[in-house]
Design a protein around this ligand. Sequence first.
Ligand code: CS2
Length: 491
Amino acid sequence: MYTRLSENNIADSADNSCHYGYDRASVELGIVHFGPGAFHRAHQAVFTDDLLVNGSTEWGICEVSINSATVKDKLLPQDNLYTLAILDRIKSHRVIGAIKEILVAPEDPGLVIERLALPAIKAVTLTVTEKGYCLTPEGGLDFEQESIVHDLKNKDKPRSVIGFISAGLKARYNQGVAPFVVISCDNVSDNGKRLKRAVLDFTMADDPKFAQWLEKEVHFPCTMVDSITPATNESLCQSVEQYTGFKDNWPIQREAFSQWVIEDIPNATLPPWSSVGAIVTKDVSGYELTKLRVLNCLHSTLAFLGCFAGLITVEEAIKRAEIKEFLEKMLHDEIMPTLPKVEGLDKSAYAKKIIQRFENPAIRHLLAQIAWDSSQKIPYRIIAIISDNAVASKASPMLCLSLAAWMKFIVTKVSTGQKLVDPLEDKLVPIAQACDGSNTDVEHFISLEQVFPEQLKTNKQFIEDIKSAYRLFNQYQAQDLSTILTTMRSA
Ligand code: CS2
């Protein structure tokens, strides 16, 4: 019915309003990206596409999938093009042409290193989630991880992103080619610092002289990335077809808001993303912390409370007055006081805008999607705030309620035989199986050293607050969420 999205078909189309609008043949590779998931294609690839729309020709992207060939298999038949649907009060669609090539690392690791060694590659970006950095809970490289053990023995055939970045930089070092800048775009605080630590630890174990060069010459700016990007579903594919007239194997959807804050490091040359809206600033950590603690913390809380109440989407959950009021009070009492001063950022206006973004009626953002991988997310977005409050001798009963709702969520999933989508699944399942609805359930969860820091485990107030919140989730049913929220607030 619809023709396949492709360079020729879009060029021949009578309605060209979605066309990327530049000559793709003249675009050269300038960026390598690891992890071409939906968020990258909705965010960094779009900033880069804007550069190409403005006439640059040196910033084509070579995508590298670390494990699976799915992205390549879906996008190759359409010349690596895909549609970005911006779904908000105003809707728009555009085809993104920035991806020039997609490599699947296990198919040809040598080719990935070859690309990384190309002098034209000036930046390497990553969205591989924090587990891709292979770090221990203490923050150093985990030398016991299988892929790291493998990569230190097989440096020309790495499996991990850390092994690839090191091999690419080493090839440049050996050939006297200036290094690329390495830009983590994962949603964790101090992302650049964490990544640098992983790469440095790896190279120290490999070649200390090269490691010294790397430490001095290679820049790893921290970043903050933000745009709400629900996973692609069948209804998006259909609406994109109807709108553009093309069959697209993997369109991407996101809200209109998109923000990229990149640390300004002297001598680190970035592709000119600041000319298309990226903010380059010395104070990226302030933005990062504010985003994690406001947007992501509220998101996860919405997900846990909403899932308990049997709700499906963010919009449905934020429409419930008792949930919205709870979030607003939690923001005011427990989150805002922990936020740093950020020049040029009005925190109250920022928080207000985030609630409005959640109310966007044009996208169906599934609460379940946000609840995925929570063991990796809550340390940054919830527990770090509780820890800061604890240092200031302040309790965080509402944030504890959010954590208790996460525990309840895990126990419910496991007891009803549903699959957990979480990298700590093998630890969470036995914990949930040992739970019996009593106070000791909380203790089982808190023993997870990857999630809960030592100093909280011995904090009486924290334990008491989580236990009393957890009791409420066992005492009341899904339809009683408002009772839970009011009971806890009046306690
Ligand atoms: C969400 C984020 O899935 C989640 O955990 O909180 O992906 C959120 O949508 C993005 O960080 C927004 O920039």
